[in-house]
Write a protein that binds this ligand. Structure first.
Ligand code: K1U
Ligand code: ZN
Length: 189
């Protein structure tokens, strides 16, 4: 297993719409195992393949795990999609690809997710609260959308301004191609 590098905003690779997985292979299983190891190491409660430079529709999630509760319940979802959503919830979200920032985001409170597991079998799961928020956050990554895209223009621009400043201070090159999602996010959640 391996710890992978997590891409960070404004890397343009975070802005691509990821391709469906055609076949569950041993290579895909190895990537999922590496993503889980990376997620626990960061630490995080989810990770999407585009965050580690693979533009495919694969996510890993463990919303039970915390630093206090060491019990792990790793879940892998291949080609996940949301069948239903209902209600509204506001959650203070962070993102492993958006350093040094959290903000309240409005999401659906309950969702029904359909995906394949690593044996190629269909999974249907109903989730609410944090797990539902995490599913929506990870599925957004598959469409090149970051949680900052769901904030007001003012809040998003404040974050982008701070991030640009830290790039300047470190003498790093800024790529404006990664600032915006590939498509307008109106209507998506
Ligand atoms: O996709 C990611 O960048 C991972 C992200 C997922 C997420 C966080 C909050 C709400 C929805 C989705 C994270 O895991 S950020 C870190 C985090 O929230 C956390 C880390 C350790 C313990 C508990 C939470
Ligand atoms: Zn994220």
């Amino acid at each position: 297993m391996a710890i992978l590098d997590v891409l960070q905003f404004p890397d343009p690779r975070l802005r691509r719409r990821a391709e469906p997985v055609e076949k569950v292979t041993d290579e895909l299983r190895q990537l999922a195992a590496d993503m889980l190891e990376t997620m626990y190491d960061e630490p995080g409660i989810g990770l999407a393949a585009p965050q580690v430079g693979h533009s495919i529709r694969l996510v890993v999630v463990d919303t039970e795990w915390t630093e206090e509760n060491a019990e792990r319940k790793p879940c892998v979802f291949v080609n996940p999609e949301l069948l239903e959503r209902s209600g509204e919830i506001v959650w203070n979200e962070g993102c492993l690809s958006v350093p040094d920032f959290t903000a309240e985001v409005e999401r659906s409170e309950q969702v029904v997710l359909r995906a394949l597991d690593l044996e190629g079998r269909e999974i249907v799961e109903t989730a609410s609260g944090l797990r539902a928020v995490c599913f929506q956050h990870e599925l957004d990554h598959l469409d090149g959308v970051l949680f900052i895209d769901r904030l007001s223009r003012l809040k998003r621009n404040l974050y982008i301004g701070k991030r640009k400043k830290s790039f300047q201070e470190e003498g790093a090159a800024w790529t404006s191609a990664g600032e915006r999602p590939p498509v307008p996010i109106g209507g998506m959640r």
